[in-house]
Design a protein around this ligand. Structure first.
Ligand code: ATP
Ligand code: MG
Length: 397
C-alpha cells in the first residue's frame, strides 16, 4: 500500500479515522447505497465514484458523487482530493483506477485481494493452493480443452467465464456430450472454468469483517436459496446446519480472509454436499446480498462493519437479535419498467422491513430492493412467501 505523506491521518494500526473524515466509495449500486447510509449515520462524509449516470443508488444518499469513466484522470484526481480512505462496493473495477487511487490514499481491500476475487480462475487456484475444499475444476480456453475437462470431471458440470460473471451470468450447465468447438464459440469468453456439478443439500454463506489490526468478526451462517442462479431467499439461522458446521464454515472464511490479508467486509459462499462436507463456491471482496439480513437482525450490520474496518475502528458486535428471512425484489415484479408494485401488503406487516434501492427502471433480473421478515425462521418464511406471492399476483392480474 502506498500512502502519500499528506495523508498522515490515514488509518493505520494505531491511528483511526474519526467521524468528520471522508470515505470514498467506488461504485454507485445498492451496496454503496447501504454503506453510504451507515457512513453518514456515524457522522462521516461519503463521496461516490461511479461510471453510472447520476443519481446512482449510492449517489442519491451521498454527500457527493463523481460520475466519470474509470480511466478519467481528472475525475480520479478530484476523487482522491476529497477522500481520506477508499473502499469499494463491486469488484470489477479497472486495476489502473485503483492503482491511481492507492497512490494518494489507502484503499481497502487491497488490490491483491481484489485481483484474486474478481477472476474465477485466480480464485479457484487460490483455493487449491491453500487446500481449501472446493468443487474440482479445470481451466479451459478452447473447444478441445473444454472436451478434455468434461471427460475428466464427468457430467453434469458447469462452464463459467473466468472474468466478469455475476448473478449466474456467463454460466452454462453441461448435461450431455456436445460439439465442444461450437459450445466454446457460442460461449464467447476467452478463458473459462469448468466445475464439477455439486448435488448440494443446501447453499450457505458466511459474511465476515476483518479490521486493519487483523481482528475478525463473523455474522451467523446464512442459508441461501437461488432461483435461476440469482439469490432469492436468505434464512437465518440456517436450517440445514448445526453449530459444528457453522464453526467450520466460519473457520474457512477466517483462513481465506487471513491468507488474502483482507480488510473490510467479505463473503464466502459455500455448498453443503450430500455427505455434509463444506465446499467453497466463491468469495466476494465486499458486503454481499446474502448479508442484507444483518441490517434488520444484527446488532451491527455488514455495512457498518465495512466502515469500521476501513476507518481503522474496532469492529462492532455482530450478534443476531432475531431470526430473519430476506427476500430479494427483482425487476420481474415491476408492473411496467417504471411502475413498481403496490407495497401495501408488505408495509402492513409489522415485522417486515422494506428496502428499495432508488433505481428508476425495473428490468427482469435487476435487483431493485429486498424485504426482511423478522421472527422464528419457519414462520417468517411463510410470511415472506405469502407477501412475495401477493406481489407477484399484481403482475399477473
Ligand atoms: P454471484 O456472484 O452473483 O453469486 P455468480 O455468477 O458468480 O453469482 P456462482 O455463485 O458461481 O455465480 O453461481 C450461481 C449459482 O449457481 C450458485 O449459487 C448455485 O446455486 C449455482 N451453481 C454454481 N456452481 C455450481 C456447481 N458447481 N454445482 C451446483 N450448482 C452450482
Ligand atoms: Mg455466487
Amino acid at each position: 500500500m502506498t500512502h502519500s505523506s499528506a495523508q498522515s491521518d490515514a488509518p493505520t494500526k494505531t491511528n483511526l479515522l474519526q467521524p468528520g473524515k471522508t470515505i470514498g466509495i467506488v461504485g454507485g449500486g445498492q451496496l454503496g447505497r447501504m454503506l453510504t447510509r451507515e457512513v453518514r449515520r456515524m457522522g462521516y462524509r461519503a463521496v461516490i465514484f461511479t461510471d453510472e449516470y447520476p443519481p446512482s443508488p449510492a449517489g442519491q444518499l451521498a454527500d457527493r458523487e463523481i460520475n466519470a469513466p474509470y480511466y478519467d484522470p481528472e475525475a480520479t484526481a478530484e476523487f482522491v482530493r476529497e477522500i481520506d480512505v477508499a473502499t469499494l462496493e463491486f469488484e470489477n473495477i479497472p486495476a489502473e483506477f485503483l492503482t491511481a487511487v492507492a497512490q494518494r490514499v489507502p484503499v481497502y481491500p487491497s488490490q491483491h485481494a481484489l485481483t484474486i476475487c474478481q477472476n474465477r480462475e485466480k480464485e479457484k487456484n487460490f483455493l487449491r493452493n491453500h487446500s481449501i475444499p472446493h468443487a474440482d475444476f479445470r481451466v479451459v480456453d478452447s473447444g478441445v480443452s473444454l472436451g478434455t475437462a468434461v471427460d475428466e470431471l464427468g457430467l453434469p458440470c458447469i462452464l463459467k467465464t473466468a472474468a466478469f460473471g455475476y448473478d449466474g451470468k456467463g454460466q452454462r450447465k453441461i448435461t450431455q456430450a456436445e460439439d465442444w468447438d461450437t459450445v466454446w464459440r457460442e460461449f464467447g469468453a476467452s478463458r473459462g472454468v469448468v466445475e464439477q456439478w455439486i448435488d448440494y443439500q443446501c447453499e450457505v454463506s458466511v459474511v465476515c469483517a476483518r479490521s486493519i489490526a487483523g481482528d475478525i468478526s463473523h455474522f451467523p451462517l446464512a442459508e441461501n436459496i437461488h432461483v435461476n442462479q440469482i439469490l432469492d431467499t436468505t434464512i437465518v439461522p440456517a436450517r440445514c446446519t448445526d453449530g459444528e458446521l457453522e464453526k467450520k464454515a466460519q473457520a474457512l472464511a477466517t483462513e481465506i480472509a487471513v491468507a488474502l490479508d483482507f480488510v473490510g467486509t467479505f463473503c464466502v459462499e459455500l455448498f453443503i454436499a450430500q455427505d455434509g462436507t463444506l465446499l467453497v463456491n466463491e468469495m466476494a471482496p465486499r458486503p454481499h446480498n446474502s448479508g442484507h439480513f444483518t441490517i434488520d437482525a444484527c446488532r451491527t450490520n455488514q455495512f457498518e462493519q465495512q466502515l469500521r474496518a476501513v476507518a481503522g475502528l474496532p469492529l462492532g458486535d455482530p450478534a443476531l437479535q432475531s431470526g430473519v428471512v430476506m427476500k430479494n425484489l427483482l425487476g420481474d415484479l415491476w408492473l411496467s419498467p417504471t411502475e413498481a408494485p403496490d407495497w401495501s401488503s408488505v408495509l402492513a406487516e409489522p415485522n417486515t422491513k422494506l428496502h428499495l434501492y432508488g433505481k428508476r427502471v425495473g428490468r427482469p433480473g435487476r435487483k431493485m430492493g429486498h424485504f426482511c421478515v423478522l421472527g422464528e425462521p419457519e414462520t417468517a418464511l411463510k410470511t415472506a412467501d405469502r407477501l412475495f406471492t401477493e406481489l407477484l399476483a399484481q403482475r399477473r392480474s
